[in-house]
Design a protein around this ligand. Structure first.
Ligand code: GDP
Length: 443
């Protein structure tokens, strides 16, 4: 998401940045470009107007700080504005009651049912006892879908498949949650293709009957301003406490994310970032703003790494790397570790300095997941002995490996060469570290 917008904003700032001080004329030219970029990204026009005005005021009013270029200063101002447009601070869930009730509302296809399961798993991981229910009495398939997801994540799903009264299902589920000591009840509701009075009325009644701690509107970031307006209508008619933005992993232009807080006044609390149940995270405006400006997102990267990578294994890998005992077997393990973090193009975006659209494009051409897979296939086609001792891989072995992995001898050669070079570089580093340690008096 945000790729096109990020590219435009970054190139505009870069152009301005060659000047030491931002003069009015240059700024206005730059802002016109940023404004166009925002409108092209389908950001609500009122939000855009405020955005541009605020930047102008701040940029012209700002004293040029010594040692900071105009571009750096502008980056800071645009960053602050982006954070504001995205909602300011992280908006946490506010669950006071026991059981706490979370009501999910939204249009059909927004990702509501998937999100119910994602949220359930997220809360379960925090040690909460969670109950799911579906009050979608119009689509039996929706109930079954939730049941399936619940089974998958080990969260019970309360269903009344033949009940036609959505309010009754919600009440019964709440009674069950109360009597069985659940911490949280998540209610998935019916969605429609369009907003209609009947649907609003039903949502209102369920809300009245269950007195939810959180009423969250689920919105698909691929849809446009139309759905932002619907969110506003829902808020006015039913009332909500926040928003969950789904499909942030898609190539949506970003308009919904940047507009929805400004239009509804309600914060985005979570983001869906993929189809899998674990592809779900709290929404952090500052981290998203960093990514739009190509500043990377180290915090998310580290959090991800902590979640999927075993620290002991990583440390032993590092030890091996530096000691020069690193084998192709270790290399393969390392590749697997990296892949656990997610698709490469997503990871690269989080690394500061690589986040700029220009560099990213070049890198993506050089390394991609397909190439990683080919490398893995090559190593997989080696015998354990070959992996431990690459020196024995002669011409006939190379041919066999190339055949087995569906690659070419040239690719096998290239991999071996890279591997040897990396090993040498590591040894060099080790030596340097030792030397420096000596100079520093052993400390
Ligand atoms: P509902 O009609 O609102 O209940 O929508 P569903 O939960 O059935 O989701 C509709 C489609 O969107 C499904 O194919 C989901 O896998 C997909 N989906 C939901 N959330 C995400 C997300 O964050 N990213 C992606 N890529 N797909 C999602």
């Amino acid at each position: 998401m945000f790729d096109a917008l990020a590219e435009k904003i970054q190139s505009t700032i870069e152009k301005l940045g060659r000047k030491g001080k931002i003069d009015k004329e240059t700024l206005e030219k730059g802002l016109r470009e940023i404004k166009l970029a925002l409108l092209e990204a389908d950001v609500n026009y009122k939000v855009v107007a405020k955005f541009i005005n605020d930047i102008k005021e701040k940029a012209l009013g700002a004293d040029v700080t010594k040692g900071v270029t105009a571009a750096q200063q502008l980056v800071k101002i645009v960053y602050d504005e982006l954070v504001q447009a995205l909602g300011g601070e992280e908006a946490k869930l506010n669950l006071k009651n026991k059981p706490a009730v979370i009501l999910l509302i939204g249009l059909q296809g927004s990702g509501k049912t998937t999100t119910a399961a994602k949220l359930a798993k997220y809360l379960k991981k925090q040690g909460k006892k969670v109950l799911l229910t579906s009050a979608d009495v119009y689509r039996p398939a929706a109930m079954l879908q939730l049941k399936k997801l619940g089974d998958q994540i080990g969260v019970p799903v309360f269903l009344e498949e033949n009940e036609k009264d959505a309010v009754k299902i919600a009440k019964d589920a709440l009674n069950k949650a109360k009597s069985e000591d659940y911490d949280v009840l998540i209610i998935d509701t019916a969605g429609r293709l369009h907003i209609d009075e009947e649907l609003l009325e039903e949502a209102r009644k369920i809300k009245e009957a269950t007195n939810p701690d959180e009423t969250l509107f689920v919105i698909d970031s691929m849809t446009g301003q139309e759905s932002v307006n619907i969110a506003k209508a829902f808020d006015e008619a039913v009332g909500m406490t926040g928003i969950i933005l789904t499909k942030m992993d898609s190539d949506a232009r970003g308009g919904v994310a940047l507009s929805v807080k400004g239009v509804t006044g309600k914060p985005i609390k979570f983001a869906g970032v993929g189809e899998k149940i674990d592809d779900f995270q709290p929404f952090y405006p500052d981290r998203v703003a960093s990514r739009i400006l190509g500043m990377g997102d180290v915090v998310t990267l580290v959090e991800k790494a902590q979640e999927v990578i075993d620290e002991k294994e990583a440390l032993s890998m590092q030890e091996k790397l530096l000691s020069g005992e690193f084998t192709l077997e270790d290399f393969r393990k390392q590749l697997k570790m990296i892949q656990k973090l997610g698709p490469l193009h997503q990871i690269m975006r989080m690394i500061p300095g690589l986040g700029s659209q220009k560099i990213l494009k070049q890198l993506e051409q050089a390394i991609d997941d397909k190439k990683l897979k080919r490398i893995e296939a090559i190593i997989d086609s080696m015998t354990p002995e070959e992996r431990r001792n690459h020196a024995i891989i002669n011409a006939s072995r190379k041919r066999r490996i190339a055949r087995g992995s569906g690659t070419s001898v040239k690719e096998v050669d290239a991999l071996l060469k890279q591997f040897v070079q990396a090993k040498m570089a590591m040894k060099q580093m080790r030596k340097m570290q030792k030397k420096m340690a000596k100079k520093g008096g052993g400390g």
